[in-house]
Design a protein around this ligand. Structure first.
Ligand code: UT7
Length: 313
């Protein structure tokens, strides 16, 4: 048997903040943001919309698509760096909202690679016949840890959530290979400052790491399954910067229309970026049955992860 995705869903808050809006609060320009990052606008959650609520809305859509009920879930994994509170976990809040009475629940802290860590963890439990239905979510309210007076970071991030229900699929489908990694020595480049509570980033250092790691991990997961770069049908990179994403796309040698670019309208949603882009790609018909899909992310930690996935049940 294989382990794959049974259904996907995503939620983006309705409030749109454009680059022009940001020109009014920091010394920046629409032109700078577009050309240096690829971002045109982002969604920002209202004050009373917490991470757990966004996670819930994305999850309801994923469960419906998968035709799985909350009470049939065995495990809930939520990747987030912006939980409602340090504890209880967002996954426990979600468990309650979904009525997932028999599900175990825990959060995963691997920043923007968190959804990759979640999917790979789910695979182990399903493959070993311990659990049948696992909900994996990436959800972030980055706006609450953003310093809105810092132009280096405030133009980059947005809020949202994406979810996938994982379970057994046909042999040869689902996750075919993966790579996870971390390098704690790079932790100083991207962290939440304990005093201000704001996100701090050394953009150039993270950029250097990312343009090396994303292409490398993408190629590694393809080589592990004996496939060629040309066999990749669709690429879903972490939506951090269009220039970093382009580096991965060029390394794989695939055309522009075969890479998810939800960064344009959502910005960087950390752990939610990949599942939001995945869910959108499924809904827009960009990913079809039997397609070979590569998901690849990197983030604070430093962490990274990539998955080669044969789409379908
Ligand atoms: O998901 C988490 C992972 N995070 C990332 O992947 C982010 C990785 N890093 C990046 O995407 C890029 O490094 C940034 C988008 C953050 C910055 O782009 P860059 O091309 O590396 O710019 P830079 O940091 O080298 O700065 C170039 C100039 C600087 O001015 P000076 O020193 O040359 O005069 C910055 O002060 O751009 C300036 N600058 C801005 N100008 C207008 C920085 N932010 C802004 C801004 N608007 N928002």
């Amino acid at each position: 048997m294989g382990v794959g995705v049974l259904g996907t869903g995503h939620y983006a808050p309705s409030k749109v903040v454009t680059n022009k809006d940001l020109e009014k609060i920091v010394d920046t320009s629409d032109e700078w943001i577009r050309t240096r990052t690829g971002i045109e606008e982002r969604r920002i959650a209202e004050d009373d919309m917490e991470t757990s609520e966004m996670a819930y809305r994305a999850s309801v859509a994923a469960l419906e698509e998968a035709n799985v009920k909350g009470e049939d879930l065995d495990l809930i994994l939520v990747a987030t760096v912006t939980p409602d509170t340090p504890f209880p976990s967002v996954s426990c809040m979600l468990q309650e909202k979904l009525g997932a009475v028999k599900a175990a629940a825990m959060d995963i802290s691997a920043a923007c690679a968190g959804f990759m860590y979640g999917m790979v963890t789910a695979k182990q439990f399903i493959e070993s016949n311990v659990y049948k239905n696992i909900l994996v979510v990436g959800a972030e309210k980055l706006s609450k840890i953003t310093d809105w007076s810092d132009r280096n970071t405030c133009v980059l991030f947005g809020d949202g959530a994406g979810a996938a229900v994982m379970g057994e699929v046909a042999d040869g489908k689902g996750i075919l290979s993966f790579e996870l990694g971390s390098n704690g020595s790079g932790g100083e480049h991207l962290y939440q400052d304990p005093e201000s509570g704001y996100l701090y980033m050394n953009g150039r250092e993270v950029f250097k790491f990312a343009v090396r790691q994303m292409p490398e991990s993408s190629v590694n997961v393809i080589e592990k399954i004996g496939q060629n770069k040309e066999d990749v049908d669709y690429l879903i990179p972490h939506q951090a910067n269009i220039r970093i994403m382009e580096a991965a796309r060029e390394k794989l040698g695939i055309s522009e229309d075969r890479m998810a670019t939800s960064i344009k309208k959502y910005g960087n949603n950390s752990s939610a970026s990949i599942p939001m882009a995945l869910s959108e790609a499924v809904k827009n018909g960009k990913i079809k049955n039997d397609d070979l899909v590569v998901l690849v992310g990197f983030g604070a930690g430093l962490t990274w992860g990539a998955i080669a996935l044969r789409w379908g049940k």
